[in-house]
Design a protein. Structure first.
Length: 338
């Protein structure tokens, strides 16, 4: 296949990032169709991205648009059913995380992927394509830090966006389901082992609105992995300095830290406040390159008849782990992850 014609579903916060990449920055791809339930977003696709075919209904796009593949960037609860219909319609599928909103739903996606082995299925765990995380993985595989036995993962949204988090909290599924999937996926990836047990806590010190809707502002969880390794997770919503994503991997011969300072760039300002480096503002900025690289890999897989390293089962596993974490928080108990 020469050029892969793609239809995108969802043009919200992240959909626009993927749509911009597909329209302008991915050799071998052409964004030919777009679907959204928000009319202004379709107008944006036509005017700003030059998309010819726009739809307000996903199944109509599948049936009528001239596309080889779809990128699903819709509300999480729609992913599994849209994956199933798109594969049935003979399209290659890129989907955003989470795979499904509960483990049972993920089985629907697994079955659909298994029934269409000739199609590429790509799950958007984009941190695996971030140049720093990829570099870390390569160094671990070369044995640079020996055998990894501890991953400490921090993921804190910026305080500047807390109003949005508060609004979204009642329907987010709770802090772990909302925020932990990338980190637990990275733990599995770096440790090469499965999480088997979790104990989780949650707390709120700044915005009581989180407690009022039964959620938490901050969560800390600890995981036992099958090979004896440990995962330590800190998620939150109130980083005053920006978007703080940091990962530390400790091994028998050394330690690797990825973005301990979530810096915007390499500039340092020396002034009356000291030596100051500005921080990234949010996920579109921090992971811009990762979003581009993962989409390029999706398109290359289709063109070269390859399958990506990430599988549908990675999506199910991440969902199972985040659900067990949420259960642990609710029940104040150590939970097995089966
Ligand atoms: N990988 C990441 O780092 C990352 C970051 C943010 C969001 N996400 C995921 O991306 C997805 C979208 O998140 P967002 O923040 O862009 O959401 P959003 O609310 O900003 O956008 C949702 C989009 O889905 C569209 N939509 C809703 N129902 C639809 C339907 N029935 N048919 C077609 N389109 C429909 C809406 O029109 C809108 O364009 C979510 O699943 C979220 O978990 C992933």
């Amino acid at each position: 296949m020469n050029t892969v014609k793609v239809g995108i579903a969802g043009l919200g916060r992240l959909g626009r990032v993927h749509a911009g990449n597909l329209a302008f920055r991915i050799p071998g791809a052409k964004l030919t169709a777009a679907c959204s339930i928000v009319p202004e977003e379709l107008l944006y696709a036509q005017k700003e991205l030059g998309v010819q075919e726009v739809y307000s209904d996903f199944d109509t796009m599948l049936a009528e648009a001239d596309i080889d593949a779809v990128a699903i960037v819709t509300t999480s609860g729609l992913h599994c059913s849209q994956i199933e219909s798109a594969l049935k319609a003979g399209k290659h599928v890129f989907t955003e995380k989470p795979l499904g909103v509960d483990p049972e739903e993920c089985r629907i996606a697994e079955k659909a992927v298994e029934a269409h082995p000739d199609k590429v299925f790509f799950l958007g765990f984009m941190r695996r394509y971030d140049p720093s995380y990829r570099y870390a993985k390569e160094q671990i595989e070369k044995g640079v830090i020996g055998k990894p036995y501890l991953v400490k993962a921090t993921g804190i949204d910026p305080e500047a966006l807390v109003e949005g988090s508060i609004k979204f909290a009642p329907t987010s599924g709770g802090i772990y389901i909302d925020m932990a999937s990338h980190d637990v996926d990275l733990m599995r990836w770096f440790l090469g082992s499965e999480a088997v047990e979790v104990y989780a806590l949650g707390t709120t010190f700044k915005h009581p609105e989180f407690t009022e809707c039964g959620d938490n502002e901050t969560g800390c969880a600890i995981y036992q992995f099958a090979n004896g390794a440990i995962g330590q997770l800190h998620v939150g919503r109130t980083a005053p300095h920006g978007y703080h994503i940091e990962t530390e991997i400790v091994g028998t011969e050394g330690t690797l830290r990825i973005s301990p300072v979530p810096e915007k760039n390499l500039a340092m300002i020396y002034n009356k406040h000291g030596a100051v480096t500005e921080c990234v503002s949010g996920f579109p900025e921090r992971f811009a390159e990762a979003y581009r690289l993962e989409m390029q890999e999706f398109i290359d897989c289709i063109r070269e008849g390859r399958k990506p390293d990430i599988t549908v089962y990675d999506g199910t596993r991440a969902t199972e782990i985040t659900f067990a974490t949420a259960r642990s928080l609710k029940n104040h108990s150590v939970e097995r992850i089966d």
